[in-house]
Design a protein around this ligand. Structure first.
Ligand code: PA5
Length: 427
């Protein structure tokens, strides 16, 4: 049984099953180019076979580092941005929840370096004053401004606190051979983990980039890779339109052609919001190189039904929704007499039942309001399904971007603001 399934039944009338079927040959060709390495960006296909490679040594090294961090520290600070940040934090919330359940088998992890906010950095610094801590700085290039500045700041705090012994508390995740961070790490003798040459930032969540913070927080990282491996085997060998990644890529392609150029990734779980942010980066940075193309955005229900729900029902008609629904039962019975007095029909029901009806009602209302609906169902949240989900969207995104005719693995457009910012910083 696959942990993630896709329901496309509410795409019609905008997109019909017959239209999706017609894309079958195009999908098969695109898939073949991904497999034989003849697609644009083929130098960055390392993520494709990553879950099935022999990672025993890597997992041992990560577990050893995680145990050392857990023994020496009460918290880990992780510095990184974009692909060097989102999968790590999204994975922790996927498992531990958005209110950060007590870390029974691991440490709290604070993510910084994904903004330039003095307020945020000072807030974390104040928390660290009364606890022992270690630092994992992640940057593939080693030259990104935000994590670079955050590293300079938090490293100086660490050195003030521990002196020369700070060296034992710094873990650098970066390129194997080059870059400022690589050179610093080699020079200072910090523990090093590698971002593989052939895996780009937003595709690197299942490498040391995500695995080290997850291990420190107590997650079962071997299970995450097993989940990714299952996704790989399910998806790469299923060469027809029963493959949900093919259905997803085809649906998005046709929706875009039909003028639906805004995709809302809707979740009903606060603990899945960051997964949405990770998905948003994956698709936004991979596909946003042509016009028209789909703008990916995230939305959280039922909260946003009370704000953006109005807009979805009657506002612009350039949108579609992709709901990522968690079927897992973690239910709260509705027992209080207040509930039964105010809503007598809920007698004997539970909170999951209410959420499910809100979801089904939203699907129907928004569909009738002209917003096509895609619905993913996830059976449960576990490390296995985390790995499965990340791999699923990595593959689906590559397929989708290639269908659009763009290279999924580069990001030339981000240079424009960086060059202007550097000019201003040097004035
Ligand atoms: O997907 C990408 O390549 C980017 O989002 C990068 O991950 C992000 O810019 C951070 O880069 P780096 O890891 O080099 O600091």
């Amino acid at each position: 049984m696959t942990p993630l399934t896709l329901d496309t039944s509410l795409l019609a009338p905008t997109v019909t099953p017959a239209q999706i079927d017609q894309l079958s040959d195009q999908l098969a060709t695109t898939h073949r180019h991904l497999l034989d390495g003849t697609c644009p960006g083929a130098d960055f296909l390392g993520w494709r076979d990553w879950p099935d490679q022999d990672h025993h040594q890597l997992l041992d090294a990560i577990q050893q580092a995680a145990s050392r961090i857990q023994q020496q520290s009460q918290a880990l600070v992780v510095i990184g941005i974009g692909g060097s940040h989102l999968a790590g934090q999204a994975g922790l919330e996927f498992i531990h929840g958005s209110y950060h359940a007590p870390h029974v088998n691991g440490l709290p992890v604070y993510f910084v370096g994904h903004n330039l906010s003095s307020r945020a950095w000072l807030e974390i610094a104040a928390r660290l004053r009364h606890q022992d801590w270690s630092l994992n700085v992640i940057s593939k290039s080693g030259t990104t401004l935000e994590p670079g500045l955050a590293f300079a700041y938090f490293r100086s705090l660490l050195e003030k606190r521990y002196g020369a012994a700070a060296r034992e508390r710094i873990y650098a995740t970066t390129d194997a051979h080059t870059g400022l961070l690589h050179d610093q790490a080699v020079g200072a003798g910090w523990s090093r983990f590698i971002v593989p040459d052939d895996i780009g930032g937003r595709y690197s969540g299942l490498t040391s980039v995500g695995l080290l913070p997850w291990a420190v927080a107590g997650l079962d990282i071997a299970a995450a890779l097993q989940g990714a491996s299952k996704a790989k085997n399910d998806l790469l060998s299923n060469l027809n339109l029963t493959n949900p990644a093919w259905q997803y890529a085809a649906s998005r392609y046709l929706l875009c052609r039909a003028g639906k150029t805004l995709e809302l990734f809707a979740t009903y779980e606060p603990s899945l919001q960051l997964l949405g942010r990770w998905w948003q980066q994956l698709f936004g940075e991979s596909e946003g190189k042509t016009n028209p193309v789909i703008f990916p955005a995230t939305i959280n229900y039922t909260q946003d039904l009370h704000s953006l729900g109005q807009f979805l029902q009657q506002g612009s008609k350039n949108m579609f929704e992709t709901t990522f629904y968690l079927d897992e039962d973690a239910t709260i019975p509705l027992t209080s007499s207040d509930v039964h007095h105010t809503w007598p029909y809920l007698d004997g029901k539970n909170l999951d039942f209410v959420q499910k009806q809100a979801h089904l009602a939203t699907l129907q209302a928004h569909h009738q309001g002209g917003v096509p609906q895609l619905v993913f169902h996830l059976t449960q949240t576990s490390e296995f399904t985390l790995g499965y989900t990340l791999y699923f969207f990595e593959y689906a995104c590559a397929l989708s971007a290639l269908l659009l005719g763009v290279n999924p693995f580069d990001q030339p457009g981000v240079q424009a603001y960086k060059e202007e910012m550097m000019r201003r910083l040097q004035e």
